[in-house]
Design a protein around this ligand. Structure first.
Ligand SMILES: [Zn+2]
Length: 394
């Protein structure tokens, strides 16, 4: 049985425990008492050191707590005292998030009657799932303001041990019978919990609500507490500053300006696409006039480009192939890609014509009777493909 020091003193950063058992590989150590918090109730385990060895994981085995070390514990035997030191930055961060979660859950319950169905504490962000189908921005704002007001009132957070049968005023029904560890935020919340918490709400520092996500019939609300709020504010500031700099605006003006520029860009792109289409029609007509027909009366235009993509050529290809008895062959040398477009009345099935030629050249591709495209291993092979196709059209 391991005595859990964090139950009564969440602020114990270092402690001395006696070794009761060590696994054969020396990396799983049990003590008579520990301040290391094991993963439990959603709160992640503590890191730190034990007898100079790094603690990699802490596991709750009901009666006992296992300290999993990164390397075997050396120079210690069963019965020896060993020094444990908690990574306090990590632990205090967990205490801020965890106490903040109790406070937030109580605020959502008291303001709106929304119960917390489950909680999740992540490395970067935490969340709680509210038993409600929707929550709006005004409610989030109100909950955030209320939660921070309670933080700044610096209300005491106390731990007591009470019998489940007689404990009153719990936010949720007791999870089991017998003695419960109850965490009380003065005049706000009483919850049965085995985690570590700060001693007064002021130590949470601040609480911000971030995004929401609908998960089945519940709303997941992401939140940050304490130092994470400051880190996120710094990251947000830097991101917004980069955006503002790119549009040469102040931080306050940047969002509206970016939205306006995005709308303008969409309009410009649409206009460009329309003009490209019109240009392609003119170019196709000129190309048609320049191209001599085969004995069968089919006009085959071949276009070679060093770079760019087939997508750029596609409007011209389609415009040309919309003219009577035409076939358009385009090759992009840099990407070794080829496109064939054929008019309805050209007597050519673009897909059937191209596919076997590509296969023979070690490439792949295909398409419909009107439009086909593909790739080959290199520019030389591409040139061969173009010739075969060109010569194959009567
Ligand atoms: Zn708790």
């Amino acid at each position: 049985m391991t005595s859990r020091l964090y139950y009564t003193d969440a602020y114990a950063k270092a402690f001395d425990g006696r070794i009761t058992e060590v696994s054969a590989d020396g990396q799983r150590v049990y003590l008579d008492r520990t301040a290391f918090y094991p993963t439990s109730g959603g709160q992640p385990y503590d890191l730190g050191s034990l007898g100079g060895a790094q603690v990699a994981d802490v596991v709750d085995e009901d009666e006992r707590i296992a300290h999993v070390l990164a390397a075997p514990l050396s120079g210690h035997e069963i019965g020896d005292a060993v020094r444990g030191e908690i990574d306090w930055r990590r632990r205090f961060d967990h205490m801020q998030q965890h106490t903040g979660q109790h406070l937030l859950s109580a605020v959502f319950a008291t303001l709106f009657g929304y119960e917390t169905a489950s909680v999740h504490f992540g490395v970067d962000r935490s969340s709680l799932d509210l038993d409600v189908g929707a929550i709006d921005a005004a409610q989030l704002g109100e909950a955030e303001r209320r939660a921070n007001a309670i933080v700044w009132e610096n209300r005491p957070v106390n731990v007591s041990f009470e019998d489940a049968a007689t404990a009153t005023g719990l936010r949720k029904a007791p999870p089991r019978e017998g003695t419960l560890r109850i965490v009380t935020i003065a005049d706000l919340d009483r919850s049965a919990c085995g985690g570590t918490h700060v001693r007064a709400t002021g130590e949470i520092g601040a609480i911000t609500l971030r995004g929401t996500e609908r998960i089945r019939k519940q709303m997941r609300v992401e939140f940050l507490c304490g130092a994470r709020v400051v880190r996120q504010a710094r990251a947000d500031f830097e991101a917004l500053s980069a955006i503002a700099l790119s549009v040469k605006a102040s931080l306050a003006e940047a969002p509206a300006l970016v939205a306006a520029q995005s709308a303008e860009l969409r309009d410009t792109m649409a206009a460009r696409k329309r003009l490209e289409g019109e240009l392609a029609v003119h170019q196709a007509r000129a190309l048609y006039e320049m191209t001599a027909p085969t004995p069968a009366g089919v006009r085959v235009a071949v276009l070679r480009r060093d770079g760019g993509s087939l997508e750029d050529i596609r409007p011209l290809a389609q415009a040309f192939a919309s003219l009577p008895k035409t076939v358009f062959v385009a090759a992009v040398l840099s990407s070794a890609t080829v496109l064939v477009a054929a008019a309805d009345d050209a007597g050519v099935d673009a897909g059937r014509l191209l596919k076997p030629v590509l296969t023979t050249a070690g490439g792949r591709g295909g398409g419909s009777p009107r439009l086909a495209q593909g790739t080959v291993p290199n520019a030389d092979a591409l040139e061969g493909v173009v010739h075969i196709i060109r010569d194959g059209i009567a």
